[in-house]
Design a protein around this ligand. Structure first.
Ligand SMILES: [Zn+2]
Length: 428
């Protein structure tokens, strides 16, 4: 039996619940919104988020906060777009102890390992990633699951499985080999049909496998051209793993969209990239001292450490030249975005290395946000804080355009209007 009071309680409870039927409104109040074009920040701002998008940004006096909105104080903090990491393998397995431990990993176990990593990616403030090749399409399943709201993780742009030529970089049992234009076209179309919006090709040797020298051009021009043509016809872009200036020259001429690593690129080929608008995703962190403890921790074999060491200096010089030549640079780590490095994450350390190599602090921040969005072709959705875009927002207690190391202190992460991390929640 429910008395009159009881019903009144139920009715008022329903009324209280009513606003949640429409999309939740969140007001981030009092923060400084960083101007990604280099102007002064919008101080003491209100950023209004409805559902998954930003609906208003302005000075506190200009933006009315609707009744019932959840107000989150951001005073004393700088607000920036979510970080974007363009070279992430969620299922990464490197030679050594790690490879031995995961040698018989099942598809199901791989998917779970990726899902766990995806949550840590968000915690590190990385709200969009590009996966230039990962195993067995588990990342594409995870992407769909995240889009449906069943799993939590970053926005994913994926190349599906990388296309490897027989004997080339990435050669290992179970890998998808494709040789010659026709096989490569078919393999590219297979990735696209499974949900890939990038295609990854291995056009030179690399550090992690013994397949061919880093400076060697292993794929033929005909093979590269065929993949680029097939991908572009479907609106997909092409990322080429390349350490080699010769292979990169061919790739740029064939219309490849991004060059990954670029260990040994010289000024001639970097100028060519600048002219063509080709992107460089440096992954500098993997060849530099910051990651040495990581490789020791995972038990990397001696040959791997030697190969890494030998490439470090020349890789650094290539990055410095790329910055001097004003090549398009999009941040990528080739490590998990949240991997600990020098007291911060691989993503933040990578951005710091860009500043150390000659980029402005604003430039390093843009390489992790605005520029990456441009490379992906999603500038109308993410990469800046603007009305109509996804509410992928980070907060930090100092200005990252003055010093990119401010990213080390990030303490608030929102993706698509959902708060995934708020270190100050207890103090509110
Ligand atoms: Zn990689």
């Amino acid at each position: 039996m429910m008395g009159r009071l009881g019903w009144a309680w139920v009715v008022s409870a329903l009324l209280c619940l009513a606003p949640t039927v429409s999309a939740q409104t969140i007001a981030l109040v009092g923060g400084n919104v960083v101007d990604m074009e280099g102007g002064a920040p919008l101080e003491d701002a209100v950023v209004l988020v409805e559902g998954e998008r930003i609906v208003a940004i302005g000075a506190r006096s200009e933006v009315a906060i609707p009744d019932g909105a959840r107000v989150i104080d951001q005073s004393g903090h700088w607000l920036i777009p979510g970080l974007m990491n363009m070279h992430v393998h969620l299922g990464l397995i490197l030679p050594g102890k790690m490879a031995a431990r995961l040698a018989n990993e099942t598809d199901a176990a791989l998917a779970l390992r990726m899902a766990e990593a995806a949550q840590k990616v968000l915690q590190a403030g990385v709200t969009t990633i590009r996966i230039p090749g990962d195993s067995r399409h588990a990342d594409l399943a995870l992407d769909r699951s995240i889009r449906r709201g069943e799993s939590h993780g970053p926005r994913i742009h994926s190349a599906g499985e990388a296309l490897v030529i027989t004997g080339g970089h990435g050669s290992e049992p179970g890998v998808l080999y494709a040789d010659g234009p026709y096989e490569l076209i078919k393999a590219a179309r297979q990735q696209i049909s499974l949900g890939a919006n990038w295609i990854k090709i291995m056009i030179s040797g690399g550090i992690a496998t013994d397949g061919g020298g880093i400076a060697e051009a292993l794929m033929t021009p005909e093979e590269i051209e065929a993949v680029v043509d097939a991908a572009h016809r479907f609106g997909a872009k092409v990322a080429a793993h390349s350490g080699s200036p010769i292979a990169t020259k061919v790739a740029v001429e064939a219309g490849v969209d991004s060059i990954e690593h670029g260990y040994m690129l010289d000024s001639a080929v970097l100028r060519k990239m600048k002219k063509a608008g080709t992107w460089l995703v440096p992954t500098i962190v993997v060849s530099q001292p910051a990651t040495a403890p990581f490789f020791e921790r995972i038990g990397s074999p001696k040959w791997y450490l030697a190969r890494r060491e030998s490439v470090g200096k020349i890789h650094w010089g290539a990055l410095q030249t790329a910055i001097e030549e004003d090549v398009n640079i999009a941040l990528g780590t080739d490590q998990l975005p949240h991997e600990p490095n020098d007291g911060t994450t691989a993503t933040v350390r990578e951005a710091e290395y860009y500043a150390e190599a000659g980029m402005t602090h604003l430039g390093a921040l843009r390489a992790a946000t605005t520029e990456t969005a441009r490379m992906l072709g999603v500038s109308d959705e993410v990469g800046t804080l603007e009305v109509g875009k996804y509410a992928d927002i980070l907060a930090l207690p100092s200005d990252p355009t003055k010093n990119i190391s401010a990213l080390r202190e990030l303490n608030f992460v929102m993706k698509g209007g959902h708060v995934y991390r708020d270190d100050r929640a207890a103090a509110r």
